[in-house]
Design a protein around this ligand. Structure first.
Ligand SMILES: [Zn+2]
Length: 288
């Protein structure tokens, strides 16, 4: 069986077994996937048409590349991950949940002082497609009131970017109003992502292993278009390891790691589509 057939069979088997709630079979698949992730490290360069979680939009490798490291939520390993970047003089783009900022504002103020960019990720990380526009609007008002209070109005006014919780942009019913709220009322730029190194959405929002993360970003960096460079990580394991290895790898390759406001052609951010399925939200929520 070639690898493409293997992938098809794997996806079908996963779907079949999840639907049957067969725990034993799921465990076996988990092991298979772990092995698959490790195998990715040794696959040849023609990996592009076989990898499960890599964008098919492939071009020649880039010599000089810029990356935007974006880190969401803020639950775990905050100091460790920010210090990794500080030690290498790398600037991060932080989309921290308002409630989390409120718990320890000094930590995030220190990050801002070190030159990292703070973006909005809402106050309470609501699932937009499952909440009313009014509830979301109220969440934004609470975010503004509480966060400008704890980080200061001047720092709050420097917030220019927004990321949707769970990548969920809303339902048909409220999507348009939400978009207006973000871009017009608050004047924030919507930031999606090109490469999610935290979760493997092909397999029901399963967290990547560290080996999978390394294999995925190395392949991505070597094969992806120059403007596909917004990377998504979270403050969690193994993303703390991934951040360090990505920065080390990037510095060896002469990559530049940038703040989003260093990006000249910001419109590119509006063209990208990285929306996960509604079914994934609960499990993502469970993980985070
Ligand atoms: Zn989030």
């Amino acid at each position: 069986m070639n690898r493409r057939d293997f992938n098809k069979l794997l996806i079908f088997t996963i779907f079949y077994n999840y639907s049957k709630s067969n725990l034993l079979a799921n465990k076996q698949i988990e092991n298979q996937l772990t092995n698959y992730g490790e195998n990715l490290l040794t696959l040849p360069d023609n990996l592009s048409d076989t990898a499960l979680y890599i964008n098919k939009d492939i071009e020649k490798p880039n010599k000089i590349q810029k990356y935007y490291l974006t880190l969401d939520d803020g639950y775990f390993y905050q100091e460790e991950m920010i210090n990794i970047a500080n030690e290498k003089n790398i600037k991060l783009n932080l989309f921290i949940i308002g409630k989390i900022i409120e718990q320890d504002p000094k930590l995030w103020l220190s990050a801002i002082e070190h030159g990292h960019l703070l973006g909005s990720h809402t106050y309470s990380h609501l699932i937009f497609s499952k909440n009313s526009y009014q509830k979301i609007k109220t969440d934004f008002e609470i975010y503004k009131q509480k966060i400008s209070n704890v980080i200061g109005l001047e720092n709050f006014q420097k917030i220019k970017y927004f990321r949707f919780p769970y990548g969920d942009e809303g339902s048909k019913r409220n999507k348009q109003d939400i978009n207006k709220l973000i871009t017009e009322t608050y004047g924030w730029n919507i930031v999606r992502w090109d490469l999610d190194l935290s979760f493997n959405h092909q397999v029901k929002v399963r967290s990547f292993s560290h080996n999978e993360q390394i294999a995925t970003y190395k392949h991505y960096c070597n094969n992806t278009k120059i403007d596909k460079n917004v990377i998504l990580l979270h403050f969690k394991q193994p993303d703390n390891l991934c951040l360090k290895s990505f920065i080390d790898f990037g510095l060896e390759q002469n990559f530049e790691f940038m703040r989003l406001d260093d990006k000249k052609d910001i419109n590119l951010l509006f063209e990208k589509e990285n929306i996960i399925n509604n079914d994934d939200f609960e499990s993502h929520k469970f993980i985070l």
